[in-house]
Design a protein around this ligand. Sequence first.
Ligand code: 4NP
Length: 156
Amino acid sequence: MVCLGNICRSPLAEGILQEKAFKAGLSWSVESAGTNSYHTGEPPHPLSQKVAKLNGIDISQQRARRFKADDFDIYDKIYALADDVMEEMKKIARNKFDAAKTNLLMNELYPGKNMDVPDPWYGPEPGYHEVYKMIDQVCEKIIEKYTVTNQRFANI
Ligand code: 4NP
């Protein structure tokens, strides 16, 4: 899960998908990063932490780190939370950028719409709630997709 600062949106995405995967019995390791290093080493934004906590998810132990080209060697799937983030990922990863592993997160819910998860950084608390809702819905869809696939395999 990749955003710009790795303190507002992608920590929520990491926490939400990790929690849903765990509850669905999927042994996924979900992590997050940012394309800039302004906040490297910092915990998630207090309002991201607050909104997560209100929804029963603790993201306080996360620490921001910068996205790197080698992430394409490590992860099976890499989601950009917004299109400007995707462009930065291409610049950072250069020849390691793998389009087959990458997607805009919201395309999992609204295929082909190329919708961004808006950056709540400059705004007040309601923006964080809105972002939480969007990420929660798309993560639910991702879990559905992979659990349905598993069931199909189990039936063969
Ligand atoms: P995020 O939000 O990408 O959702 O973590 C931002 C946080 C900080 C900055 C930009 C976006 N910043 O420029 O410091």
